[in-house]
Write a protein that binds this ligand. Structure first.
Ligand code: C5P
Length: 308
């Protein structure tokens, strides 16, 4: 008797911003030691995985021309890694629907890889928990582990060691997207260049954690900070105007998300975020704006239809 083909699985996975990003010294493996606070926000990619006799990957949505639709895509590498570990052929088709800005510093590629791990593990009924998948996630990239968990979390090491953080309230954000992306390795290199012989400056994480525990966005606004911001602004000086415009439009604070060029603006509530988004969209300092909230959960199966 032929084995029944399992139904396709669809996974939804969020973008991240970094509420805090303290970049330490360059390590001998080419990565920088980090202390960061990841925060998952409500911009999502959807990743579907199904058994196929034409294995491969296809990509839909905004910015797809910049996303590799071949075996170099990190999501496909996730499929190959899990297939190897499960000792199976990667005879699946992966469909990415992009809602997370491409090359924007919001870890969209890492999110897709996390979603591929969750989706394939469900499709093949491997019964792997998030903690088991996180071992594979860490092999794939620094931000992949966080995308499995979502929420708000402290990341250490090169970003792959995750500890969840108590964050009491939903925070409201305006996300400003720019034309073109910034390549993460170049932004880290620019930071090293700007630092020269001076080592990293102190950026303690405690104030952010306290503000998250209290839940007051005004307190949180005072403690946001990203070491990569100076490097991103040095490479894309127009970001200075965007950051000023967001605060001018009424945001409590703004910062570059990860390695940029996306900027995130914290607002006092959902209504304020709508107002800031409308005003910022009219100033002409970015390609488009989105409203988002966080924290939201990490990669989750949203659809796994059993055949009737
Ligand atoms: O781990 P991931 O592939 O996302 O990292 C992309 C690049 O970003 C790395 O090759 C490295 O140049 C830089 N990076 C870094 N330190 C980190 C994370 C990333 O220098 N902690």
């Amino acid at each position: 008797m032929l084995a029944a083909v399992p139904p396709p699985v669809t996974v939804r996975v969020p973008a991240k911003i970094n509420l805090h990003l303290a970049v330490g010294p360059l390590r001998s493996d080419g990565y920088h030691e980090l202390v960061t606070v990841f925060h998952a926000v409500s911009l999502f990619d959807e990743v579907s995985v199904e058994v196929s006799d034409a294995p491969g990957i296809e990509v839909h949505g905004e910015g797809v021309s910049e996303v590799p639709a071949d075996e170099t895509n990190l999501a496909w590498r996730a499929v190959q890694l899990l297939a190897e570990r499960a000792d199976r052929d990667p005879d699946v088709r992966l469909v990415l629907r992009k809602g997370i800005p491409v090359a924007g510093g919001m870890a969209g590629g890492s999110a897709d890889a996390a979603a591929a791990l969750v989706g394939l593990s469900a499709l093949w009924k491997l019964d792997l928990g998030r903690d088991e998948l996180s071992v594979l996630a860490a092999e794939l990239g620094s931000d992949v582990t966080f995308a499995l968990y979502g929420g708000t979390a402290v990341g250490t090491g090169r970003g792959e060691q995750i500890v969840p953080v108590l964050s009491r309230h939903t925070q409201h954000w305006v996300i400003a997207l720019h034309r073109g992306g910034l390549a993460t390795p170049q932004v880290f290199r620019e930071l090293d260049r700007l630092r020269g012989d001076n080592g990293p400056t102190e950026r303690p994480v405690e104030p952010v954690l306290e503000a998250l525990g209290g839940g007051d966005p005004r307190q949180l606004a005072l403690s946001l900070g990203n070491d990569l911001q100076a490097a991103a602004v040095s490479m894309a000086p127009e970001l200075r105007r965007t950051l000023r415009a967001g605060v001018g439009a009424g945001a409590l604070a703004g910062l570059v998300s990860g390695s940029g060029p996306t900027c995130a603006f914290l607002c006092s509530d959902a209504e304020a975020a709508m107002d800031v988004a409308a005003e910022l969209a009219g100033v002409g300092v970015c390609r488009t704006v989105r409203v988002a909230h966080g924290p939201v959960p990490g990669a989750r199966v949203v659809d796994q239809h059993e055949p009737p």
